[in-house]
Design a binder for this molecule. Sequence first.
Ligand SMILES: [Fe+2]
Ligand SMILES: [Fe+2]
Length: 300
Amino acid sequence: MTDNQRITVFYDGACPLCDREISFYRRQKGADGIAWLDVSLSKANHVAPYLPKELALKKFHVQEKDGRVISGAEAFASLWTALPAFRFIGRVARTQPLLWILEKLYRQFLKIRPRLQSLIKDRQAEEANSLPPWLIRDLRSDHAGETGAVAIYRGILAVTKNAEVRSFAASHLKTERQHLALIEIVLPPQEKSTLLPLWRAAGFLTGALPAMFGNAAVYRTIDAVETFVDDHYAIQIKRLSEDERFSEIRCLLKRCRTDEIRHRDDAQNRLNNTSGVFSGIWCWLVDAGSAFAVMMARRL
Ligand SMILES: [Fe+2]
Ligand SMILES: [Fe+2]
């Protein structure tokens, strides 16, 4: 089909309002019989004879099959007439005094158009900056985990009087508090887990109980917890590496993971190799409990 057999629609593709509206028309039956020209992409000063780009960006224009350029309500009526689904409306809109009324309304719309454009642009920018639901779920589980980690070391310190274990727990606690503060920077406050009191209580017991049984029980528990956390962060970091938008969050989680590995190694280095059946069951419980907590915190 040549251009003199079809109308040409001039629209501002950089305007979110126009873009949405034209996208709607372009999905209609008969849209391929219309030439669509995004004026914002044009490098020429004139997009059609006697139609400067600047004017075409300000107001809706259509070039008729006979080459005549029309604008405003008349241009919309022409576009509607060219689409079978809107043909009747287009023909009615071309009659007076309806066309005159539509033109008046369109001119009123042009006055509020800049305000509407900036509102939509602001909303689009907000959407682009907001975190996707899957990442919110990941970060909520991290926040719950770091809350639990702080509670674990507080639980150990509440029970043990052993200087070596106290120094071990105090230095890890300091790092876990930093992790918690870091996650709180990126996770919106309203997205925190609603079960935080439960994670605090469970963490406290996970630290306090083994502390009643001595140094080795504490180190074995921390080994199990931090091994779990290392895997947990590794999975999330891998997922984030696929999207450059979240590179800062990925770096933050990498930093936390490096500390967790250090915590795990610190615990392992303080252990001798003997491991009883009881400690095996306890560590299995810690691992299963951590997995359950992550699953719940991702949802609640
Ligand atoms: Fe941590
Ligand atoms: Fe840790």
